[in-house]
Design a protein around this ligand. Structure first.
Ligand SMILES: *Cc1c(COP(=O)(O)O)cnc(C)c1O
Length: 390
């Protein structure tokens, strides 16, 4: 199977060179918009492209408001603060995620709690969430969810839409409502993914996106908070050093952060967003071809959950066992076709190994078997001339 996969990937990307897991492409108006910021001298924290990027992103996702940030981790940090997460609180998330999800929780001096994922979505399991809450918490007289042993507040829940595949949002909304827990979606990987026709990241009180260089579209580095009008204006204030508007005086009315996205980066984002639907079409065609390639083999291709349109940011297969996974990783990487195992579970990392957790059998099962495959948008050779990518 490895040999057929290598051949398939080489044919698709039409190159004998090293093939990365995910490389950005800039076939649109990127250079024009970035040059425009340089000519205007507005390259930094103020500028028209920041406003335009926020408006365009709100329009695309259907979110009432969008607030740009310097990266996705900063977006998550502020989203958690605005959901009321305080020092000593517990925040439930999945062990199968990129470390940024947990780091943002830790920046609030809160503690992540790890609850299992579903095998079909790779995202937080509503059943596992319900089971952990029932076993460990109860609602106090004010309706606040607290742990029974040490009275800690369970303030928020952060599911992550793994590789762009939407988690079970109906289930998660119903459980978090019943337990009075804020829902914050880490939609860093799922820009362009819709659950029952609604964009991921717009279901919770707040949702966050990332535009890091490896994501489906990039601003170099960047992020976005998706939320309602009131929380968005709080988010803008906190991410811009909490400065009160004034023509010349410096008055900062609370502890703020310099989490602004520079105009230079927003310009790149505006150009990339214009092409997002084309990128997704391209990636979905690749996913369909991978699905064909793996049908009838011992490798199970990870498909979008029912009722969803996934952006297929990173394609993945599930191997039969760890041995087969290791073999696949070794053979492909040796031949210059990059593949990668899924992240080590967060509860295996030194910083989070003593965190509370439920039964994590699905996450452990997936950790041993999932392999990511090359997933870049492929710009055809004819268009590629003069462009330095794909
Ligand atoms: C990329 C990513 C983030 C945010 O990353 P930044 O590099 O800070 O933009 C957060 N969570 C997940 C799951 C991610 O994949």
């Amino acid at each position: 199977m490895s040999d057929q996969l290598i051949q398939f990937v080489r044919d698709h990307f039409d190159t004998k060179d090293f093939i990365p897991l995910h490389a950005p492409v800039f076939p649109g108006r990127e250079k024009e918009y970035v040059a425009d910021t340089i000519e205007s001298t507005f390259v930094s924290s103020v500028g028209a492209y920041v406003d335009r990027f926020e408006q365009d992103m709100a329009g695309y996702t259907g979110s009432p408001k969008a607030v740009a940030t310097v990266n996705g981790t900063a977006a998550l940090h502020i989203a958690l603060k605005l959901a009321g997460v305080e020092s000593g609180d517990l925040v439930i998330t999945q062990p199968l995620t990129f470390v940024a999800t947990c780091n943002a929780i830790a920046y609030c001096n809160a503690e992540p709690v790890f609850v299992d994922v579903d095998r079909n979505t790779l995202g937080l399991s509503a059943n596992a969430l319900e089971a952990w809450l029932t076993e460990n918490t109860s609602l106090d007289s004010e309706g606040v969810c607290r742990t029974r042993t040490d009275n800690k507040v369970v303030r928020a829940c952060v599911p992550m839409h793994t590789f762009g595949h939407p988690a079970d949002l109906d289930g998660l909304i119903s459980v978090t409502r019943r337990w009075n827990i804020a829902l914050i979606e880490d939609a860093a990987e799922s820009l362009g993914s819709f659950y029952k026709g609604k964009h991921t990241g717009t279901f919770g009180t707040l949702g966050t996106l990332s535009f890091n260089g490896n994501k489906i579209m990039t601003t170099g580095g960047g992020g976005m908070i998706l939320t309602d009008e009131a929380l968005a204006s709080r988010a803008k204030h906190l991410t811009t050093t909490a400065k009160k508007p004034h023509t010349y005086e410096y008055i900062h009315d609370e502890l703020g952060y310099n989490y602004r996205l520079p105009n230079l980066n927003a310009a790149l984002g505006c150009a990339q967003l214009e092409q997002l639907e084309t990128f997704i079409e391209n990636k979905r065609a690749l996913a369909a071809a991978y699905e064909d390639l793996f049908s009838g083999t011992k490798l199970e291709f990870v498909k979008e959950p029912e009722g969803c349109r996934s952006n297929y940011w990173l394609n993945a297969v599930i191997c039969e066992d760890k041995l087969q996974r290791n073999e696949l990783l070794k053979t492909t990487n040796k031949q210059g076709v990059m593949t990668r195992p899924i992240w080590a579970l967060m509860n295996h990392l030194a910083m989070y190994q003593s965190c509370r957790r439920g039964n994590l059998s699905n996450a452990e099962w997936l950790e041993a078997r999932v392999v990511n495959l090359p997933s870049s948008v492929c710009v055809p050779a004819s268009v590629r001339e003069g462009l330095n990518n794909c």
